[in-house]
Design a protein around this ligand. Sequence first.
Ligand code: ZN
Length: 68
Amino acid sequence: MPTYAYRCTECGTEFDIYQRFDEDSLTNCPRCDAPLRKLFSPTGIVFKGSGFYRTDSRKGSSTPSSKD
Ligand SMILES: [Zn+2]
């Protein structure tokens, strides 16, 4: 069942609900009855800011060159 995230345009309440495809989407806030805004990214999908990986392989043999 898909999850739809909504945000109230008035009180800022965010919530996500499970709805079937044949169900009508919510249009009004259950709290203040203000119009809701459908969010594109449900809260189940979280983009954490650690998507970059530095692969600087400086670990390991960092010993100075041995003098013979
Ligand atoms: Zn509201």
